[in-house]
Design a binder for this molecule. Sequence first.
Ligand code: ZN
Length: 293
Amino acid sequence: MTNSKHPKIIVLGIDGLEYDLVTEWRLKNLMQTKYCKLSLSDYKVIVTPPIWGSMLTGIVDKEIIDVWNKYVKLIGNDEKLGEKKWVKILGLFVPKKLGIWVFEHLFAPAIGGDPFETTANYVKDKNLPTILNFFQNPWTNGIPSYGKNVSGPVQKKYTERAIAGEKKPYRKYILEQYQNDKSQFFSALDKQEFDFIFWYTSMLDNLGHMDMGKPLTLMMKHYLEINEFVGIVKERCPTSIIYIISDHGMERMEPKKTSWGMHSDHAFFSSSTGETIEKPSKLYDLISKHESD
Ligand SMILES: [Zn+2]
């Protein structure tokens, strides 16, 4: 199917979108016709790049997971990034800037580089077939594991300032990125030449790490914004199949006195068609089913 006015399929990839908040706040546009919780039991560590990579390829890449596993073990954390020892290293208990210094000079070289850098493009680097191959004119604004580094040098600079207590510039930067991602999406839509769109935003992951421990009114504003954006997409593309997916949610980090958040152990999925999947890697099968429609 080519030259369609609307894309045949639109995937809205919303990093860090928390299932429990979407359902608690009854965000109807995000919930679509049918929604479900995704299991992340396939992943030894719940980190962003390998989960998006498995949506794209249908495969949980053991080699990439191992890179992250090694990293998480090195920083002294068994299961998830963001628990107590990670907080320590990042500067809540050591002099603020030292955390980043320690990471860049000691941990990153020890595991063969910063895993955010080394795994940011692994799907392309390994030349793996992806769901984009099912289409003639696919478009994406970049997905972690597929050309998008969610923790590049600029991001790191802002993160470092946020850890030192200066959170405002970081929030501003993240919201600018989000606006930019949104305009890229609408420009792509206006071209009317793409049959598949995989749009990605890291806003809720980035802001969630900083603000999930606060009264959630701060996060609610961003959830409402995303819900409204989805509403516009649905209005503009009434004939497109729309899937909404996250790689994991976000929850308050322990100890409760911190304002920082960490990845939760489940993810979100919804469809305009009533279809559901059980885990992120099953997105591949779902898209492949529609290939010959
Ligand atoms: Zn993520």
